[in-house]
Design a protein around this ligand. Structure first.
Ligand code: GDP
Length: 345
């Protein structure tokens, strides 16, 4: 939970060093929420605009972005300007969610140290794309994160389509939680609020799925521009391509009339294509959770490609209806995308 300032690292041997959380960043300047109580508590968290002390830090320099919203860092404060500082080091990450950034030709960390990962989708507007979600699910599994599928715009008639409902059931049957909500009608918003409270949650999805609208309903004091990301408590310039962490004050009506219930949200940049990172096509089945237990049990053992071999336990499970044909088809297509490097939308 990151919604409150935490301990203040400050001693004689370490003068002027504080820990903090990355809210956002662009062009290697990061807004860091420092873990220090201001002289005036009502002034809110102390946010410093920080550059990297060493270009490399202890992060992986091959990344598109060295730091992501949610990262914990150590900052050297600027003696002359309390709005500024320099980032000395990255503290160990609990987890991170990554995708391959095609333009940048490098892995991009979308969020770090999260408690919840919400894959936001819609029955329509933009059109439902099951394979997009399957890719995100596989990447989350690769990162050891258990994602939740958040279907927004459940008020739209397309939410009742049989094929759409069936796809949601398939994900539920293999153990993923699916939340159905509508920022427009308020359906499901209480359940969403209870999931988010006192937690750090990342919202991932295509632009237009309603991430900003959801945040605006969760916190009525929040007025995010719909269709883009803005930030309520941070400062500086924030663009839709970077993502940022914001603290919201959950609407009392969504949390049993309680006041002062908070949540921290990382609004990640709207992604048009989700390209997997650090998954070989031969290993993809490991990240399809219904396939994973069968790997190695085929007649040809680990060399089975699960495409046509007799004695393939995965194919047998598909024929028997224990693995959905849709998911198997998704696995096949995504494995092909990895193999050929050609990704569809
Ligand atoms: P973002 O790009 O993911 O932040 O999406 P926005 O919040 O900007 O929403 C995109 C569009 O979807 C806007 O026109 C919203 O009014 C609309 N929208 C958002 N949530 C809902 C919903 O629950 N139902 C319907 N019908 N429209 C919604």
């Amino acid at each position: 939970m990151l919604d409150k300032p935490r301990h203040f690292v400050y001693d004689y041997g370490n003068m002027g060093t504080v820990t903090g959380t990355v809210l956002s960043g662009s062009n290697n300047v990061f807004d860091i929420e420092c873990d220090e109580e201001g002289a005036d508590a009502s002034s809110g968290p102390h946010i410093r605009s920080c550059t990297l002390k060493s270009k490399r830090l202890n992060t992986d320099s091959k990344n598109y972005n060295p730091l992501a919203p949610g990262d914990r860092v150590e900052v050297e404060t600027d003696e002359l300007d309390e709005q500024k500082g320099q980032i000395l080091s990255l503290l160990p990450r609990k987890n991170k969610f990554v995708r391959w950034n095609v333009k940048g030709r490098s892995p991009q960390i979308l969020a770090a140290n999260i408690d919840n990962m919400l894959l936001v989708t819609t029955p329509d507007e933009p059109p439902f794309r099951a394979r997009f979600i399957d890719r995100e699910l596989a990447q989350a599994e690769r990162q050891g994160i258990t994602p939740i599928i958040l279907v927004n715009k459940y008020d739209l008639p397309a939410s009742q389509d049989v094929d759409f409902q069936e796809r949601l059931s398939i994900w539920q049957d293999i153990g993923y939680r699916v939340l159905r909500v509508s920022a427009k009608t308020g359906e499901g918003m209480t359940e969403l609020a209870s999931l988010l409270q006192n937690k750090l949650s990342a919202f991932v999805g295509q632009s237009g799925v309603g991430k900003s609208s959801l945040v605006n309903v969760l916190d009525s004091a929040c007025v995010l521009r719909t269709g883009s990301l803005s930030q309520k408590y941070g400062r500086g310039t924030h663009t839709t391509t970077k993502g940022s962490l914001l603290h919201i004050h959950l609407n009392e009506s969504l949390v049993d009339g309680l006041s002062n219930v908070y949540a921290s949200i990382i609004d990640t940049p709207g992604v048009r294509r989700f390209v997997l990172h650090d998954i070989e096509s031969n290993d993809l089945a490991l990240y399809f959770r219904e396939m994973r237990p069968l790997i190695g049990t085929c007649t040809y053992g680990m060399s089975c490609t699960h495409m046509s071999e007799t004695g393939c336990k995965i194919l047998e499970a598909v024929y028997a209806g224990a693995i959905s044909e849709d998911r198997y088809d998704s696995w096949k297509r995504i494995a092909e995308e990895i193999r050929t490097g050609s990704w569809s939308d």
